[in-house]
Write a new protein. Structure first.
Length: 276
């Protein structure tokens, strides 16, 4: 799993009491690829918390486990339902199959609204190693806006022809929505769930983060711009060129790894307990 970050030891453990978790000895006994996936995903939850991309105990970031861990079965890691993102650790992440069955003996529940959507994407899109979903104020606001994301700022110009839309069907707990969601997404990695929020998927966790961060910034700038007046549109030609010139999503240029690593270092300076 050479696309995943290597995490140095944390400088100091957190003093906060940890929630119920899989024993550290169990984490140490796992396949090295699963350990690495758990560390990276737990770090990402803490990055989201640091950025304020939280919704109490809701929303999800998931990672599909490689065949070296799953033996070819489709399995993924998801946050324990009931814990805040600041409480997620490498050991208390829950391993589930596509039906939401807990596979690692975790005492934690998983949110049906999480594995329903994420399982559909992990199952239906072979390249979807990671899926992220948020309910940020700016993201939900743009998702509720007639016309959605407008091509009017630096960040939207880097997402030209990359954004898909999916119509609101209510709380995402019904498996029959999965095929319609996949049809809406197609091959576009940034998704606006109308009246709901934002979603991104990618070949690696850092790439997915880079896509979602760009989409989030585009929404923030649009919301701020529209509060002041009419925006200045960006032409199709300029937006297409910007997207070609933007290299942060490209695997040949790291696909967001450097940005993600920098944020993880910042998390480590605050609280490295996600490694537990």
């Amino acid at each position: 799993m050479n696309t995943l970050a290597t995490f140095p030891a944390a400088s100091a453990p957190a003093s906060n009491p940890a929630p119920v978790a899989t024993p550290a000895s169990a984490l140490a006994s796992m396949h090295p690829d699963e350990q690495e996936a758990r560390l990276q995903l737990a770090a990402c939850y803490r990055v989201f918390a640091m950025l304020g991309w939280t919704e109490m105990i809701y929303n999800h970031i998931t990672v599909r486990l490689p065949d070296s861990v799953s033996g070819g079965e489709k399995q993924f890691l998801i946050n324990p339902f009931g814990l805040h993102y600041t409480e997620v650790t490498a050991s208390n992440l829950v391993k589930v199959d596509l039906k939401g069955k807990v596979l690692d003996g975790s005492p934690h529940r998983v949110n049906p609204a999480g594995f329903t959507v994420h399982a559909a994407i992990h199952d239906g899109l072979p390249a979807a190693h990671c899926v992220m979903h948020t309910h940020t104020t700016a993201g939900v606001a743009v998702a509720c806006l007639q016309g959605g994301l407008q091509q009017t700022n630096f960040y939207t110009a880097q997402l030209h022809d990359m954004v898909a839309y999916h119509e609101f069907e209510g709380i995402t707990i019904h498996a029959d929505e999965g095929p319609r969601l996949l049809k809406s997404i197609g091959d576009r990695h940034a998704v606006i769930l109308r009246n709901h929020g934002l979603l991104a998927w990618g070949q690696t966790l850092p790439q997915t983060f880079a896509i979602l961060w760009t989409l989030q910034r585009a929404c923030e700038i649009q919301m701020a711009t529209l509060s002041m007046g009419a925006p200045i549109p960006v032409s199709e030609a300029i937006a297409a060129r910007c997207t070609r010139d933007a290299l942060q999503f490209s695997p040949e240029h790291g696909a967001g790894q450097d940005v993600f690593d920098a944020l993880v270092r910042q998390v480590d300076r605050i609280d490295g307990s996600y490694r537990n």
